[in-house]
Write a protein that binds this ligand. Structure first.
Ligand SMILES: Cc1cc2nc3c(=O)[nH]c(=O)nc-3n(C[C@H](O)[C@H](O)[C@H](O)COP(=O)(O)OP(=O)(O)OC[C@H]3O[C@@H](n4cnc5c(N)ncnc54)[C@H](O)[C@@H]3O)c2cc1C
Length: 309
C-alpha cells in the first residue's frame, strides 16, 4: 500500500496527510480517517499522483469540497485526492468564456463571472461545491444547471490518459454526467460559455436566489444538501413531510424541521445514523406513497462486510 513518503518522493511539493479525519473535509462533518489524502496543485501533479497510485494498486477517491458525500465511519482505505484549494486557476478566455480549474468553488466562479459582466451562473453561487464536483453531478438550482453553461472539459482517465469532452460528450442529464458513468475519470479544466450582462443586475439576481436559499434551507447545520433525487414529476421534500417525517431522528442525524429534503447533523451524528435514517425515510415513503426515493448524495468509504447495496 502507498505510504505518504512514496507520494512525496514523486511529488515533493504536494500536501499529503496521513490518517486524516474525513469529517474535517465534508459538509456533513461526518467520516472516519482516510489512509492518505493528497492535495495536488496542478493537473501535471494530479496525473503523476494517479499514475503512482495505479502502479501501487491503491484505490483512489476523488473529492472536490465534500458537499455531496456521506463518508463511512470507518473512513476510506487508500488515497483521497482533494481538488479544492489546489487546481484552482480561474481566467477569462474570451468575450463570453471563462476557464476554471476543477477545484474552484462555484461561489468564486459565479462572483468572478458577475465582475466580468457575464451572466448565467447566479443559480450556482449558493451551491457550496467545486466546479469539478458540480460538472460531475450536473449541479443545478432555480432552473439553472451546469449543463447549460459548460462547453468543454479536459480530463484524465483511470489509465492516466488525457482527453477532452465537448458539448454532448458530457452526457449531462439530471444529476448525471460522463463522470458519474466513468468513476476513474477526473475533470481538470472546465470552459464555460456565458451571456454578457450588467454586473449590478447579475449581483442582484444572485442575492435574490441566495435569499430564497437562506429562507428555505437549514444552512446553519452541517448537511450534504438534498439527500434524495427528485422523483419523477415531483420533489422528495413534500413526500417526506406528508409522511410525518420532519424532525425524525436516528442518533445525531435528523430530518430538518426547515426543509424535509435535508438530513442535518444536529451534533455527533455518525454515518451509520444517517444511513439508518435514509433507510427509514425510503421505507416509509415507499409504503405510504409507492414512490422509491433514490439518494442524490454519494455514500463512500470502507463499509467492510456491511457494505451498502
Ligand atoms: C447546503 C447545501 C446546499 C446544496 N445545494 C445544492 C443545490 O442547490 N443543487 C445541487 O445540485 N447540489 C447542491 N448541493 C450538493 C453539492 O454542493 C453539489 O452536488 C456539488 O456539486 C458537489 O461538489 P463538491 O465539490 O463538494 O463535490 P464532492 O462532494 O467532493 O464530490 C461529489 C462527486 O463529484 C465527484 N467529483 C468531484 N470533483 C470531481 C472532478 N474534478 N472530476 C470528476 N468528478 C469529481 C466526486 O468523486 C463525487 O462523486 C448542496 C449541498 C449543501 C451542503
Amino acid at each position: 500500500m502507498l505510504e505518504r513518503q512514496d507520494i512525496l518522493d514523486v511529488c515533493p511539493d504536494m500536501t499529503v496527510l496521513a490518517d486524516e479525519p474525513m469529517r474535517r473535509h465534508t459538509s456533513f462533518a461526518i467520516g472516519g480517517p482516510a489512509d492518505l489524502m493528497a492535495l495536488p496543485g496542478s493537473p501535471a501533479a494530479l496525473a503523476a499522483l494517479l499514475a503512482l497510485a495505479r502502479r501501487r494498486e491503491t484505490p483512489v477517491l476523488l473529492m472536490g469540497n465534500g458537499t455531496n458525500l456521506l463518508v463511512s465511519d470507518q473512513g476510506v482505505r487508500g488515497l483521497v485526492v482533494k481538488t479544492h484549494s489546489g487546481l484552482a486557476g480561474l481566467r477569462r478566455s474570451g468575450e463570453r468564456e471563462i476557464v476554471a480549474g476543477c477545484g474552484v468553488l462555484l461561489s468564486a466562479l459565479a462572483s468572478a463571472a458577475a465582475r466580468w459582466g457575464l451572466s448565467g451562473l447566479a443559480f450556482a453561487h449558493g451551491i457550496p461545491g467545486t466546479v469539478g464536483g458540480a460538472v460531475c453531478m450536473n449541479a443545478g438550482a432555480y432552473d439553472g444547471e451546469m449543463s447549460r453553461v459548460v462547453r468543454r472539459t479536459s480530463y484524465v482517465n483511470a489509465a492516466g490518459q488525457f482527453g477532452v469532452l465537448a458539448g454532448p460528450a458530457h452526457a449531462f442529464s439530471y444529476r448525471h454526467s460522463f463522470f458519474t458513468d466513468h468513476g476513474g475519470s477526473f475533470a481538470l479544466e472546465i470552459t464555460l460559455t456565458l451571456t454578457p450582462g450588467d454586473p449590478d443586475a447579475i449581483r442582484a439576481e444572485t442575492e435574490a436566489l441566495n435569499a430564497r436559499r437562506r429562507a428555505a434551507q437549514p444552512l446553519d447545520l452541517p448537511s450534504a444538501g438534498s439527500v434524495f433525487k427528485r422523483p419523477l414529476g415531483g420533489h422528495a421534500a413534500p413526500l417526506i413531510e406528508a409522511c410525518g417525517l420532519k424532525g425524525a431522528r436516528v442518533g445525531g442525524a435528523a430530518v430538518s424541521d426547515k426543509h424535509a429534503g435535508f438530513i442535518v447533523n444536529s451534533g455527533g451524528a455518525t454515518c451509520e445514523d444517517v444511513r439508518r435514517l435514509i433507510e427509514q425515510i425510503q421505507t416509509r415513503v415507499r409504503a405510504e406513497t409507492g414512490v422509491q426515493l433514490e439518494p442524490e448524495i454519494g455514500l463512500v468509504g470502507d463499509f467492510g462486510a456491511g457494505a451498502p447495496a
